[in-house]
Ligand binder design. Structure first.
Ligand code: SF4
Length: 430
């Protein structure tokens, strides 16, 4: 490399911990013989070291995009381009990963070829948003890179006030806890709302995430405005022979201390003959016992999804977990998927029309009250949505009392066979 290497005294510190550091990766590219990446990475490291020294960021935004799309590129122009000219433009392309993040090695090689030709060679699998982050393209190369990626079947993800790239867990392909077809649900939603992703017109970002079971491997409950989490409403399945084998190997004391007493709702008990009893009405699907005894315990047969709305990281009113809006819904047949998509449409429409600028849907619900939101999206109130309704800041007591009266009368009607609501929005606990 002709130009002298920038010093990296502070960045070197990041390599001293136990985990691999991105700094080592950047240095590897800097020290390669490659005439394109080496100078770019040298200047990138130089600017980053300068940021650490001054505790200031030196990237500014701008307008960079690809033809036909309103978002998906994160522009990065250097404010200190004179000192670090080789990395003066370092834009990121957010690209949607396949549902469940399943790749073939052949496909990964093709992705790398495109990015080596048009970008810096740096790829992050995957960003917090779920995207494949192609980091480091010049303004001129953004379009070429996108065309290359598009040709092999990838499409731009979301950025700005728009529907964002969705994420789904690896799902039934490799996980026995999966309770629905996560990949199909993911693709159905994204294909339906693709316009909202590529032409930002919402008040703020809106994210869908899909987890196959309550382990919630994609962190849907606190990262998604619309979290879809697999669950079941019948009894969990028990293989008592496997329970006995587990107890025999681990010991009674270990089993009691690490499985039975760790159930948050005291739903488990171990019999004298080392068989397990589960009080399924009390189980809150925390997944602990299923995770530690996967051969002995499994989700029930009557599987479906729970929909939670309003999760997000900190913004105006702090971090929020999603609230249960649909306690249980089947998601198997074409009609189920249609109903599911219609519900998602109602939520997005509500958000588009009622949220303030820069307001996530969880904040909108906090502002207007949960009963109003439920009315707007056409869901009857259900006590299973709320743990302690009278102490929950989402709920105005008067509204809730009215709605609760309605729910009780509806429940009576259902018992008498008069109620005509669809049973897919009926709670698991009933
Ligand atoms: Fe208890 Fe959790 Fe097991 Fe349910 S899943 S029985 S709540 S430990």
């Amino acid at each position: 490399m002709a130009k002298q290497k920038h010093k990296t005294v502070l960045l070197d510190e990041l390599e001293s911990g136990p985990w691999p550091s991105f700094v080592s990766g950047l240095k590897r590219l800097r020290d390669s013989d490659d005439k394109k990446y080496a100078p770019m990475m040298n200047d990138l490291l130089g600017q980053l070291e300068h940021s650490y020294e001054t505790t200031r960021g030196f990237w500014k935004g701008g307008t960079v995009g690809v033809r036909g799309y309103g978002g998906g590129v994160i522009p990065r122009f250097s404010e200190v381009a004179e000192e670090y000219p080789e990395s003066k433009e370092f834009h990121t392309l957010r690209v949607m990963p396949p549902a469940g993040m399943h790749y073939t090695t052949d496909f990964l090689r093709k992705i790398c070829d495109v990015w080596e030709e048009h970008g810096s060679g740096l790829i992050a699998f995957h960003g917090q948003s779920g995207d494949i982050m192609f980091q480091g393209a010049s303004t001129e190369n953004v379009q070429h890179a996108f065309d290359g990626l598009n040709e092999i079947g990838l499409d731009m993800g979301g950025a700005g006030p728009a529907l964002r790239t969705a994420m789904s867990c690896v799902g039934a392909a490799r996980c026995e806890q999966s309770c629905y077809n996560e990949q199909k649900a993911h693709r159905t939603i994204i294909n339906t709302f693709l316009e909202e992703m590529h032409r930002p017109a919402l008040p703020y970002k809106f994210k869908f995430k899909f987890s196959g079971c309550p382990n919630d491997c994609v962190n849907a409950i606190h990262r998604a405005d619309f979290a879809v989490i697999g669950t079941w409403r019948d009894d969990m399945k028990i293989n008592q022979d496997e329970v006995k084998a587990y107890v025999k190997e681990a010991g009674r004391k270990y089993t009691i201390d690490n499985v039975i007493t760790r159930c948050p709702t005291n739903a488990l008990s171990l019999n004298d003959d080392d068989t397990l009893e589960v009080d399924n009405q009390s189980c809150v699907r925390c997944m602990h016992c299923l995770n530690v005894m996967p051969k002995a315990l499994a989700p029930g047969d009557d599987k479906g999804i729970t929909i939670l709305i309003g999760g997000k990281r900190s913004l105006k009113i702090g971090d929020l977990m999603g609230s249960v809006i649909v306690p249980f819904m089947k998601l198997e047949t074409d009609e189920d998927f249609e109903r599911f998509t219609e519900f998602a449409e109602r939520v997005i429409e509500f958000f588009a029309e009622n949220a303030l600028d820069h307001e996530r849907v969880g904040e909108t619900i906090d502002r207007i009250g949960l009963p109003n939101f439920l009315e707007a999206v056409g869901v009857d109130i259900d006590p299973n949505m709320i743990n302690h309704p009278r102490t929950n800041s989402y709920v105005r007591t008067d509204d809730f009392n009215e709605a609760a009266k309605h729910w009780i009368s509806r429940k009576k009607e259902r018992a008498e066979g008069k109620d005509n609501i669809r049973d897919d929005f009926v709670a698991a606990a009933e």
